[in-house]
Design a protein around this ligand. Structure first.
Ligand code: SF4
Length: 118
């Protein structure tokens, strides 16, 4: 089975063809210009990940708080992680980079504030 993947690791945007076996395991990739692209293609076809960004209301602040995952998380968990983020109740003040949800859903990834609020 073949899958087409566009590399998003740099502006070149190489179009790659990934071959998977019948079990969905990675076999090979062509079309990448560098090893970064090959790693991205393997990850994207076998265990895709995404960064999550969101804004949440904060009691006592007229301005919402922007947050993000510190690292990419499994794409399959995005919906559940968004539910966790929406349920957060972050007290003021908040500093930029502050962990507002440690180890979300036991992924080993923290949710952090991307701005400060006081
Ligand atoms: S394969 Fe390498 S050169 Fe091509 S888009 Fe990805 S990072 Fe850039």
């Amino acid at each position: 089975m073949e899958q087409m993947v566009t590399c998003i690791c740099c502006p070149v945007g190489c179009r790659m063809t990934v071959t998977l076996n019948e079990s969905g395991e990675f076999v090979s990739v062509t079309g990448n210009t560098c090893a970064r692209g090959a790693n991205y293609a393997r990850q994207e076809c076998t265990a895709p990940e995404r960064m999550i960004t969101a804004v949440i209301p904060v009691s006592g602040s007229p301005v919402p708080l922007s947050v993000k995952t510190e690292k990419p998380v499994p794409k399959a968990l995005i919906f559940e992680i968004m539910k966790e983020i929406r349920a957060l109740n972050v007290p003021l003040p908040v500093s930029i980079g502050q962990v507002v949800c440690p180890n979300v859903l036991n992924t080993g990834v923290n949710i952090i504030a991307t701005r400060g609020l006081s």
